[in-house]
Design a protein around this ligand. Structure first.
Ligand code: HEM
Ligand SMILES: [Cu+2]
Length: 637
């Protein structure tokens, strides 16, 4: 209320009225208290939560990696049993892929995309809250199963018949399959939110060719999620059906097909790699541009290369099945397409190198991680081209050569850029800088530790050491390198430790960051750090691709959004012309309750098909609550 007792109007805000701003803040903010925390739909709060949770899963998965390395350090070690080892590599791999790598990238998008496109909240914010809770439930399911010694033990790709009713005893494979459902539901929800946010909620004037490269990367990623994830959801659900109610999808004796599993899995599994890598392309482009203080070279080629990568990634999956005995001609086709994907990847690397070459790069910690990424990812790409050839793959399939290759692309291609991204956006998210000195230590340890750990695995693989073995006899020539690898893994772990200590310490004690500490060009840096609940006091009007460099402090703005209810500008898909004002939902506890009801239904269905029937009732009730019109300001039309 203003002094005169009337509701402040958009004109008051435009006139710089403090009370009007406080009013706007109240409209958008999340009150304190547990209930409010469970009800919030603020994309920044949910995004931060999502990122923090994903990093907890990274730590847990890293601990499992160390356990494996301790076990493998010496021949015939007895640190963990064979059965435990099987659970551990399965949980490590599944956790890293489904609970860390994909969610953390989507989490970055949840936090950053609305700020980068200049809007006040993500599209479908309640779905966003739901997606976080369902993700958390899926993660807890997997980790509790490990604690109870009943974790899945069939590898992160859970091949049938090993995971089928015949060989997969107990509920282990079902737990894996249901964890998939949880994480894919949450990933699909976020993907839909991102697509709609990017297409419909952009600030006025942000035409398609002015969208930041990071936002493009998340858009392409979101499409990959939408097109790839249903395949694995179908695969895992039919696996549960085979195991629980006696369908025969994967049983050849009854007309099913074992290879169907592999096709479905890898039709998802290969694009999955790009779901993890493409966001990194966006991260790298944003950071290289900032640290050279110039637009990234080749905006168009970069964007087209990302789209090309996205499309091509659906035509490669059979390279994971070269030893499955498929027809030769088919395999040759997939060799060719696998090699072809090096072309867009090469284009991207060329654009970045050209930007660095042409600019005067400032080597702050985030950029160090990007350089680490470039080196590591190129090596991983090269071994990728090697294993794309059938004769070589036949030789090294299921050996440590492959373990080395995929950690090079996964850690090099996404964890390095991600850590760089945390150093880069941490000031925006928390209002505080991380330490340059600790950052350099973290980089040095992670980079050296990584290469010392994973490079020798190539050699172990060429020497014939198979993956997924819990130990090996002393007669084989593997012991020395294994010990070396295990010791190096601790250097790598020390690097991560420094990073986490830095993040925790800076969260409380880091020096204040200010609005735009790196002098970056995109809209998230136009708002205070951390951003206020409403993100932008006035919605910016975008006149170029680098709005903050072109307009500086004098960014043009659009006014007129109401202060007494949450409102967004809806704009046209291609040109970003404002089309309408639209209400954005208020906080609600229903998404949380709906996630609990859904979790109970999904977990119950591991044990009885009737859980789907009875479990649907509470789900329907919570959804009814969720969508019930409440006559709040947000519901006015
Ligand atoms: C942080 C350091 C890491 C170390 C030391 C490490 C080490 C290992 C080891 C020893 C294995 C099992 C080898 C075997 O017995 O077959 C493994 C498997 C795997 N790792 Fe990692 N890893 C690390 C991080 C990651 C990350 C960040 C990802 C993904 C983003 C990842 C994804 C995988 C996958 C998918 C598997 C395959 C699991 C399976 O065979 O089913 N790892 N890793
Ligand atoms: Cu692949």
């Amino acid at each position: 209320m203003t002094g005169t007792g009337r509701t402040p109007s958009p004109a008051d805000l435009a006139a710089g009225n403090e009370e009007a701003e406080a009013f706007l803040r109240r409209t958008w903010s999340t009150p304190s208290g547990l209930l409010a925390a469970l009800s919030t739909v603020d994309h920044k709060i949910i995004g931060r939560r999502y990122i923090a949770t994903a990093f907890v899963f990274l730590i847990l998965g890293g601990v499992l990696a160390l356990v494996m390395r301790i076990q493998l350090a010496f021949p015939e070690a007895r640190f963990v049993s064979a059965d435990r080892y099987n659970q551990i590599f399965t949980v490590h791999g599944s956790n890293m892929m489904f609970l860390f790598a994909v969610p953390v990238m989507e989490a970055m998008a949840v936090y950053l995309v609305p700020l980068m496109v200049g809007t006040r909240n993500i599209a479908f914010p309640r779905l966003n809250a739901f997606s976080y809770w369902i993700y958390l439930a899926g993660g807890l399911l997997l980790w509790i199963s490990l604690a109870l010694d009943t974790a899945p033990d069939v590898g992160w790709f859970s091949y049938v018949p090993l995971s089928g009713p015949q060989y997969g005893a107990g509920k282990r494979a079902d737990l894996w399959a249901q964890m998939i459902t949880f994480t894919e539901v949450s990933a699909l929800a976020v993907a839909v939110e991102i697509v709609v946010t990017v297409f419909k909620l952009r600030a006025p004037g942000m035409s398609l060719d002015r969208i930041p490269v990071f936002v493009w990367s998340m858009l392409v990623t979101a499409f990959l999620v939408i097109l790839a994830m249903p395949a694995i959801m179908f695969a895992s659900s039919s696996l549960i059906l085979d195991r629980l109610v006696g369908t025969q999808f994967y049983n050849p004796a009854e007309g099913g097909d074992v290879l169907l599993w592999q096709h479905l899995f890898w039709f998802f599994g290969h694009p999955e790699v790009y779901i993890i890598f493409l966001p990194a392309v966006g991260i790298v482009s944003a950071m290289i541009s900032t640290f050279t203080q110039r637009p990234v070279f080749g905006y168009m080629p970069l964007v087209l290369a990302m789209i090309a990568t996205g499309i091509l990634s659906f035509g490669l999956w059979v390279h994971h099945m070269f030893v499955a005995g498929l027809p030769r001609l088919g395999s040759s086709f997939f060799t060719a397409s696998s090699m072809a994907i090096a072309i867009p990847a090469g284009t991207q690397i060329f654009c970045w190198l050209a930007t660095l070459w042409d600019g005067r790069p400032v080597f702050k910690t985030p950029l160090l991680f990007i350089i680490g990424f470039l080196i590591t990812f190129v090596i991983g790409g090269l071994t990728g081209v090697m294993v794309a050839s059938v004769p070589l793959d036949t030789q090294v399939h299921d050996t440590y050569f492959v373990v080395a290759h995929f950690h090079y692309v996964l850690i090099g291609g996404s964890v390095f850029p991600l850590i760089g991204a945390i150093y880069y956006w941490f000031p925006k998210m928390t209002g505080r800088m991380m330490s340059e000195r600790l950052g350099r230590w973290a980089f040095g340890l992670i980079f050296t530790g990584f290469h010392l750990t994973f490079f020798p695995m190539h050699i172990l693989g060429l020497q014939g050491m198979p993956r997924r073995v819990y130990t090996y006899p002393p007669e084989l020539p593997w012991a020395g390198l294994n010990l070396f690898v295990s010791l190096s893994a601790f250097i790598l772990a020390a690097g991560f430790l420094v990073f986490f200590i830095d993040a925790l310490r800076s969260f409380r004690h880091g020096p204040p960051a200010g609005r735009n500490p790196w002098n970056a060009s995109t809209l998230e840096w136009a708002v205070p750090s951390p951003p206020p609940p409403y993100n932008f006091r006035h919605i910016p009007v975008v006149e170029s691709r680098e709005p903050l460099w072109m307009s500086g402090e004098t960014l043009a703005v659009a006014t007129g959004l109401r202060l007494d209810r949450r409102e967004l500008i809806v704009s046209s898909v291609t040109s970003g012309e404002p089309e309408a004002r639209e209400a954005s939902p208020a906080d609600s506890i229903w998404p949380f309750l709906a996630a609990i009801a859904t979790s109970i239904m999904l977990i119950g269905s591991i044990f009885s098909p009737w859980a789907v029937v009875w479990g649907a009732v509470p789900v329907a009730i919570t959804l009814t609550g969720w969508f019930w019109p409440k006559q709040t300001p947000e519901d006015e039309t």
